[in-house]
Design a protein around this ligand. Structure first.
Ligand code: PLP
Length: 445
């Protein structure tokens, strides 16, 4: 499929009908980015119900890392459907679960691990919190999470999240014994204008000085739960010293390092998992999103001795569905065979280079950051005050959509670029041509 191809300004007539029906039939507890009504998708191209085609810089929502309907995934799903669709793994056994666990452990940053399958990112986080607290047999009730974090919408996952007040308003009381500390958002370091590494050190110092000495003894903390790169918070890449420092702080106090690799995982950043950029070995890790090429699957991976919840204490009905597992194994094969990790690094590098060049002329661009194909472009109204360009972001997303490029935002005013890892340089540059034109137009007002 070729894209972009706009045959009618979206939303077209059929799209408008679906949007209308959707608003009557489906609870509107979420906010859609723009009225895209998808009919089909293949690779990096999405077609809507009116025949418009778009270049997809969203990958669904950072899910189809191998591209839409990758042939390997389609084939694996079809084969599995003809064999076995369900037989609750936490009540019985099947071979696919063991095979897939072996594959997952092979690519994970945890040397000697075990797996628990879930159905979503939030469920992986819920489980990871239980594993962390349960491993201490109740002696360490606290979890330290980070401001700006997003871990999901269920009660536990929401309680460790802190990216937007609207996520929690009206849902109190939350899960207790969760402490939030600042994240090293170097473009807006919460500790003032500091060098990148100093900002990383300041966060660690804050935990030691202000949290451990005044609020809670480290012996009561089960885990640090952290996104190696904050996703919904604004595609925030921490300074290089941060995760290694956090790991050593955790080890000094017997606290587990739990990474939320739900968005950063499965090749998104040019490594299988983002932890691998910094040589960090987490004790626990949550995965989902890109893991199964679009099928609902998540996983908790943890060090063997940490994954020790007693029988009966944690289980689910659908986790590790055999079709989703077959898809996951196909995703791993596809990434390996097509060397998508290198492609993510190569294309991602060129995208960032071009965005930085654009930034020399387009005042709206305040910061460009990322790893692999997880790239954020922070828009500001004024480079000296760094006032977030929220309205401008909304216009950039809407205009890009109308011109055939699908991008969404994150944080307050960040354009998020997360295309499939299979994207060609040509497709990436075609998408950037649209984005550049839109940014120039919006910048001019
Ligand atoms: C880092 C991170 N963790 C957890 C989640 C929650 O995943 P899910 O929507 O599958 O529950 C998300 C979703 O955006 C995420 O980005």
């Amino acid at each position: 499929m070729d894209a972009p191809r706009i045959v009618v300004t979206p939303p077209g007539p059929r799209a408008r009908e679906v949007v209308e029906e959707d608003s009557r039939l489906i609870m509107q507890s979420f906010s859609r980015w723009y009225p895209l009504v998808v009919k089909e998708a293949s690779g990096v191209v999405v077609e809507d119900v009116d025949g418009n085609r778009y270049l997809d810089f969203n990958s669904g929502l950072v899910v189809v890392n191998v591209g839409h309907r990758h042939p390997r995934v389609v084939e694996a799903v079809k084969r599995q459907v003809d064999k076995l669709i369900h037989y609750s793994l936490t009540d019985f056994y099947y071979e696919e679960a063991v095979r897939a666990a072996r594959v997952l452990l092979e690519i994970s940053p945890i040397e000697d691990g075990k797996v628990f399958y879930t159905n979503s990112g939030a469920e992986s986080i819920e489980g990871a919190i239980k594993v962390a607290r349960g491993h201490s047999r109740g002696s360490r009730p606290y979890i330290i999470a980070f401001l700006g974090a997003f871990h999901g919408r269920t009660m536990g996952a929401m309680s460790v999240s802190a990216s937007k007040p609207v996520h929690r308003r009206g849902f109190y009381p939350l899960v207790p014994h969760i402490i939030h500390v600042p994240y090293p958002y170097t473009y807006r370091c919460p500790f003032g204008e500091l060098e990148e590494r100093e900002c990383g050190e300041a966060v660690i110092g804050y935990i030691e000085e202000w949290v451990f000495k005044r609020l809670v003894d480290p012996s009561e903390v089960a885990a640090f739960l952290v996104e190696p790169i904050q996703g919904e918070g604004g595609y925030i890449v921490p300074p290089d010293n941060f995760l290694p420092l956090l790991q050593s702080l955790a080890r000094r106090h017997g606290i587990l390092l739990a990474l939320d690799e739900v968005q950063t995982g499965f090749g998104r950043t040019g490594e299988w998992f983002a932890a691998q950029h910094w040589g960090v070995e987490p004790d626990l890790m949550a995965a989902a999103k890109g893991i199964a090429g679009g099928l609902p699957l998540g996983a908790i991976v943890g060090r063997r001795e940490v994954m020790d919840l007693p029988p009966g204490s944690h289980a689910n009905t659908f986790g590790g569905n055999p079709i989703a597992l077959a898809a996951m194994m196909a995703v791993v094969e596809a990434i390996r065979e097509e060397d998508m990790l290198s492609n993510a690094r190569r294309v991602g590098g060129e995208i960032m280079k071009r965005l930085r060049e654009m930034g020399e002329e387009i005042e709206l661009i305040g910061d460009v950051r990322g790893k692999g194909l997880m790239i954020g472009v922070e828009l500001v109204r004024d480079r000296s005050t760094k006032e977030p360009a929220k309205k401008e972001l909304a216009r950039v997303l809407e205009e890009s959509f109308k011109r055939g490029l699908l991008v969404v935002g994150s944080g307050e005013s960040v354009v998020r670029i997360a295309p499939p890892l299979s994207i060609t340089m040509e497709q990436a540059m075609a998408g950037l041509d649209i984005l550049e034109e839109v940014l120039r137009d919006v910048s001019r007002g």
